[in-house]
Design a protein around this ligand. Structure first.
Ligand code: NAD
Length: 406
């Protein structure tokens, strides 16, 4: 087989892009590109401010490097795009970052280049929007001069058990040129050996969003049952335990749903459904339920404080504000929203989160200088493992600790 020189470049070095860059370095001289100068500056020092990866992983190949300079990535021939795909204020897909990365690519695209998109999108974005944009901005044609693919990402921040090299990864392409398929296999098999090859990009795009939507909906159902049990004064855990004795009952945990995926993806799919004159009401009902949980939990906190005879004007400590435990991500965090709302009510309410210390809208206390006795109660919203000792200390000092979903 002819040896082909592959120089991969990862565009967007966040939760998704950084682990891919780290894996690629093991086999190739890879380049990581990010528009954020701050992100590149810290990664150059081997620091991942998302607290997911260590210096020895980030800086493992001396011939690989990270950059914010477009000129430095122009000689690469395999680009992997991992930029954010959030929603707008009116819950519409926001493809600005994706189009901005296509704009960058259009300036450096050359004959034979392969571009893979990993950002979560609705079916059709990769071929109809990204590839069309590239064709329009260059004189190059898809599947003649350049090639595209889509590989959805399943990375789960904070979860060391399902790290990228251990999980299966869908890799979709629409070329039938053997040389390209061979390159695609080489690149993706260096990331994980559990590659699932498929030649329909739109199917892979849809599979990715429905993985997250299924989870969002299932949690929504459990949240709804949780709230109902509360209203009916029933023991939720006992109800679920009983239902679980049936062979096909599937268990989920109720809780706050946040982050860059679950609260976003249903809007992507319902957007394209609407464009095709189909209303997806089930998945949006799930979204509404999960969003409602922040109002529910906020009211519960007030109710529990009242029961304990603790005035809302007291010194109260909120523990954990990221969207889920053991991660630093506060995007779409309902815990953060609750903390902000509580702090608006009372300036004496403080926050402690070992993963976050620099949110300008939040008043923090430092764990090192924490004066337990100052607080009348602690409210645990996101229970990071590293908070366990602090929670235990509050309990041993007989200071009430308010917790949920246990
Ligand atoms: N976070 C997750 O757990 C997760 C899991 C699976 C899939 N995804 C999907 O992966 C994609 C990326 O998400 P993420 O969480 O890694 O985002 P992120 O915000 O952590 O990282 C994105 C990075 O891209 C950079 N960036 C933005 N526009 C750029 C551009 N035009 N050129 C170069 N860099 C640019 C940003 O500076 C940032 O560092 C999204 O589509 C998301 O839905 C995320």
């Amino acid at each position: 087989m002819q040896k082909i020189y592959i120089r991969p470049c990862v565009i967007g070095l966040g939760y998704v892009g950084l682990p891919i860059y780290i894996r690629l370095q093991k086999k190739f001289d890879a380049i990581g590109f990010d528009l954020s100068k701050d992100r590149v500056k810290s990664l150059k020092k081997g620091i991942d401010l998302n607290k997911e990866h260590l210096k020895k992983e980030i800086c493992s190949n001396k011939k690989s490097f990270v950059t914010d300079k477009i000129q430095k990535i122009k000689n690469c021939n395999f680009y992997i795009v991992c930029v954010p795909t959030p929603i707008t204020k009116s819950n519409k897909p926001d493809l600005k970052a994706l189009l901005s990365s296509c704009k960058i690519l259009s300036k450096i695209l050359k004959e034979g280049d392969i571009i893979f998109f990993e950002s979560t999108v609705y079916p059709g974005v990769t071929e109809n929007i990204c590839a069309t944009y590239l064709e329009n901005k260059t004189k190059l044609k898809m599947n003649k001069n350049f090639f595209i693919g889509y590989s959805p990402e399943r990375v789960n921040p904070g979860d060391k058990r399902h790290s990228i090299e251990k999980i299966s990864k869908i890799v979709a392409y629409n070329t039938n040129i053997k040389k390209n398929i061979n390159i695609i296999k080489q690149v993706y098999k260096s990331i994980t050996n559990k590659v699932v090859l498929v030649n329909k990009i739109k199917e892979a795009e849809t599979a990715k969003v429905i993985e997250n939507i299924q989870r969002d909906l299932n949690i929504a159902l459990f949240n709804e049952i949780f709230v109902l049990c509360e209203k009916l004064k029933l023991n939720f855990n006992q109800v679920i335990k009983l239902a679980s004795t049936k062979w096909n009952f599937i268990k989920f945990q109720p809780g706050l749903v946040g982050g860059h995926c679950l609260p976003v993806d249903p809007y992507y799919l319902s957007f394209i459904a609407k464009k095709n004159r189909f209303k997806m009401s089930v998945l949006l009902a799930g979204r509404n339920m999960n969003n409602y949980m922040k109002t529910y939990l906020y009211d519960k906190i007030l109710e529990k404080l009242k029961k304990l005879n603790i005035n809302l004007n007291s010194n109260i400590l909120i523990l954990g504000i990221t969207y889920k435990k053991n991660v630093a991500d506060t995007r779409n965090s309902l815990a953060l929203d609750i903390a902000k709302k509580l702090q608006k009510k009372n300036r004496k309410i403080k926050v402690l989160d070992p993963y976050v210390s620099n949110n300008k809208n939040i008043r923090f206390v430092n764990s090192k200088t924490l004066n337990y006795n100052k607080f009348k109660a602690a409210v645990v919203i996101t229970k990071h493992d590293s908070l366990k000792r602090i929670i235990q200390n509050f309990k041993s000092k007989k200071i009430p600790v308010i917790e949920f979903f246990n």
